[in-house]
Design a protein around this ligand. Sequence first.
Ligand code: UD1
Ligand code: UDP
Length: 389
Amino acid sequence: MKLVTIIGARPQIIKAAALSRAIRNHYADQIQEVIVHTGQHYDDNMSQVFFDELQIPRPDYNLHVGSASHGVQTARMTEGIEALLIKEQPDFIVLYGDTNSTLAGAVAAAKIHVPIVHIEAGLRSFNKSMPEEINRIVCDHCSTLLFTPTKAGLENLKREGFSIDEGGVSTGSTTAVPTIDNPKVYHCGDIMYDNSLHFADIAEEKTDIIQRLGLTGKPFILSTIHRDSNTDQPERLSAIFKALIQLSKECQVVLPLHPRTAKLLKTNLDEDLQKQIFSSPNIKLIPPVSFLEMIALERHAQLVMTDSGGVQKEAYFFKKPGIILRPETEWVEIVETGNAILADADEGRIMQAWQHFKNNPPTIFPEIFGDGHAAEFMLEQMLLTNTRK
Ligand code: UD1
Ligand code: UDP
């Protein structure tokens, strides 16, 4: 079986590590994977570092698309992916998540009848002003095999008309071959959970970021901010940073800065706020870190404050309370179990959430993200349903 895997943005490169590892360890004689990097993320610390650290095979192709407006970026990727699909003739294209690289892969593949595997299917924010919401809806509705990480994802797909049997495990007609018009949905756990389990101890052994940042034995908050809805709106970005300044009076704050945020801090925060942030000894603004460094930080943090999808989940994996800097989340279970609070970009709500978790640190984190073997399950299903055996 031949797969073409599309990656482009940081979280997709990390997710791809789990599938590539499972192929290498269990299916090397049955599955060939061709990796296509769209070039959506290109700085070494947003891309190359993960290949070096997570043993991901070098991409077979890099489209070097780079940054541009949504339309231009997606169009360039679509054009490049279409040409490679025609050349490679894979059995499936594998798409992760909800970025513009995902959307481009979905549009290119669906039109030339390459079956799509969507990993992280069914997630919804119910907020169509998010570019990711559009990308994930389009991708799900162009897919042949949909792997959903959570029950909420399964329910969302049911509501959108995917036929799902009572067991909620798989669907479509069980006898007919799955196709774009007869898709099959599987609830199988989260591929990022596979990675966090696999790399947690390796991170402890191989990184010294806690010592390097002078955080040994010290409580700290880990924060990441990169959503366009936060970075591009000065009043929202200011509210978040005002809260960070308040929090830094109580404990250290570590903030690996996404390049988007690094650029917009300078234009979207007023000078006085910038001065306070850059001069605070308790706010550590650092460049993006590697995945092993990131999970070491998540493991040692007292609390995680983020607008990232991946980081809010990893906080949960490592049993840390989360403050989500968004009005809603696709990972509703984290909030429903009381382990994260939606504080939006609201200084008052952020401080309230902090007080809440200081007084009531959560202790129960139900297993809602699978068993750490989602990648193997997905590959099994691809082999079973592949028609060109
Ligand atoms: C993208 C995804 C988002 C995902 C995030 C993960 C879309 C629409 N958005 O957002 O869903 O959560 O990746 O990190 O696909 N830049 C650099 N160097 C890089 C990459 C980006 O400087 O290597 C800067 C550029 O100024 C660029 C900006 O960051 O314009 C935004 O990059 P882009 O890939 O368009 O979107 P992200 O905000 O990274
Ligand atoms: N991450 C990382 N270094 C960083 C920040 C994040 O390795 O400096 C990892 C993080 O552990 C998670 C993934 O990147 O696995 C999340 O990506 P991001 O926040 O960029 O995007 P999202 O998940 O919101 O799409």
